[in-house]
Design a binder for this molecule. Structure first.
Ligand code: PLZ
Length: 437
């Protein structure tokens, strides 16, 4: 199984330094040899419990058996024809699945792409084309990708945008509902604040789309106060703008439902998906109302690899796995293990300022104790880094996120067994105990 030319992580790290751009960084300096439904093993034989799932991708586990089978079978039939040249069934089948699984039972159509950023770009293209308007509203703390348009939509400068401008135009940013940091505004009040800015500074009739992650991912697992998303949705439909839900990180059972918009019964006009959709193969989609999606002229959407047959085969196998193993319930069950333990840790450590998230998308926000002010408690990025490092040294892979770099996020594969999950939480408990704020 192991490649005989592989020596050690140390060796590989040296080779990497001489071959790979410094602009691409990695959290671990260890090189993966294999991975499964909850652990990663490096070339030196060290093992990590995986609380990252490759950033919310391998929800059904790494090398999940059905995906391996489906990919093997597809590779042997054909690897690529380009759907725009010679179409094939699996692309159609993935679109059928997306149309039936995304929120709302209205008539829908989908188009497939390679990455999350590409899906977001296309959703914006579609929204502008259909509405004949240009302005796109994005939120504080948002993350939508690293391409030129999606950098403009992403909030955080370092590392995503720093010296990479100029950025695409007609992007406007308004405040997010962030209960820990907005004085606990209700969802309705936070929405009124944002909508007032939109109406005064952009003008309702100029807005093509309001683009939002129903729970923010890279921005810090920010869960808006109840009522925020429904108010935005109502405003968009009353004003001829489209609501685009970026469900790239939240989708496919991660939050305990197929899509996070469902928790507040929000039915977006367009939904972007990627990550968890295909068990680790690159695939993304835009799904939306038929009248919107079919307003685009033939040939207006596409790309060489979008909806590649191997990725589509993997997606169909992943979706089947999610259905058969009922991974939406699994995500909710993981929450029932994680949340009480995290809440208990928060009572013990004053620097845990918040425990939040939904399903198997949970985070803790680390703060300076007793610093609560109008903008919320002072973020504690150094303790966050220290805890993450201590976890990594003890065999738990955790990711950080947040505008202030002070959020530890937990995204275990939805198939992670309870004992592995609890062992991971034990390591986190020790790491927190060994960290002084
Ligand atoms: N929208 C909500 O979470 C990707 C990016 C990590 P791509 N998030 C992980 C990094 O540092 O690059 C993401 C997301 C949401 C869009 C994207 C973009 O998806 O597949 O990375 O392009």
């Amino acid at each position: 199984m192991r490649d005989k030319t592989v020596t050690s992580s140390e060796e590989l790290h040296k080779r990497r330094g001489a071959a790979v751009s410094r602009g691409v960084s990695s959290m671990l300096a260890s090189y993966v040899e294999h991975a499964s439904g909850g652990t990663l093993t490096d070339v030196d034989g060290r093992e990590w419990i995986d609380f990252g799932s490759g950033i919310a991708v391998t929800s059904i586990g790494n090398s999940a058996p059905r995906v391996v089978e489906a990919v093997k079978a597809q590779v042997e039939r054909f690897t690529h024809t380009c759907f725009m040249v010679a179409p094939y069934e699996s692309y159609v089948a993935v679109c059928e699945q997306l149309n039936s699984l995304t929120p709302g039972d209205h008539d829908k159509r989908s188009a497939l792409f390679n990455s999350g950023a590409e899906a977001v770009e296309n959703a914006v293209k579609i929204a502008r084309h259909t509405t004949g308007r240009q302005a796109v509203v994005a939120f504080d703390h948002a993350y939508h990708g690293r391409t030129n348009l999606t950098m403009a939509l992403t909030a955080k400068s370092m590392p995503y945008k720093h010296r990479f401008g100029p950025f695409a135009g007609e992007i406007y940013r308004v405040p997010m509902s962030y209960p820990l940091r907005d004085g606990g505004l209700t969802g309705a009040a936070a929405a009124a604040r944002s909508l007032d800015l939109i109406e005064k500074q952009i003008g309702a009739e100029n807005v093509a789309a309001v683009l939002i992650e129903p729970i923010q991912g890279e921005g810090g697992f920010v869960v808006p106060a109840p009522g925020f998303l429904p108010a935005l949705s109502a405003w968009a439909s009353a004003n001829g703008a489209l609501l685009i839900a970026d469900e790239i990180q939240t989708g496919f059972c991660r939050t305990g439902d197929w899509f996070a918009s469902e928790h507040e019964s929000v039915v977006p006009d367009l939904v972007t998906t990627a990550k968890g959709i295909a068990g680790g193969l690159p695939l993304a989609g835009v799904t939306g109302r038929t009248d919107i999606m079919d307003a685009i002229h033939p040939g207006g959407l596409g790309g060489t690899y979008g909806g590649n047959p191997i990725a589509c085969a993997a997606a169909l196998a992943s979706i089947e796995t999610m259905r058969e193993l009922d991974l939406c319930s699994a995500a909710r069950r993981l929450e029932t293990v994680m949340r009480p333990r995290l809440n208990e840790l928060a009572t013990r450590h004053a620097f845990i300022g918040d425990v939040r998230g939904r399903g198997a998308m949970i985070a803790i926000e680390l703060v300076e104790p007793e610093t609560d002010g109008p903008g919320g408690p002072t973020p504690n990025a150094s303790a966050t880094q220290a805890v993450a490092k201590a976890c990594h040294a003890s065999g738990l892979l955790v990711l950080t996120c947040g505008t202030y770099g002070n959020v530890l996020r937990f995204l275990p594969p939805l198939v992670m067994p309870d004992d592995t999950l609890n062992r991971g939480l034990d390591i986190l408990t020790e790491a927190l105990a060994s960290t002084t704020s």
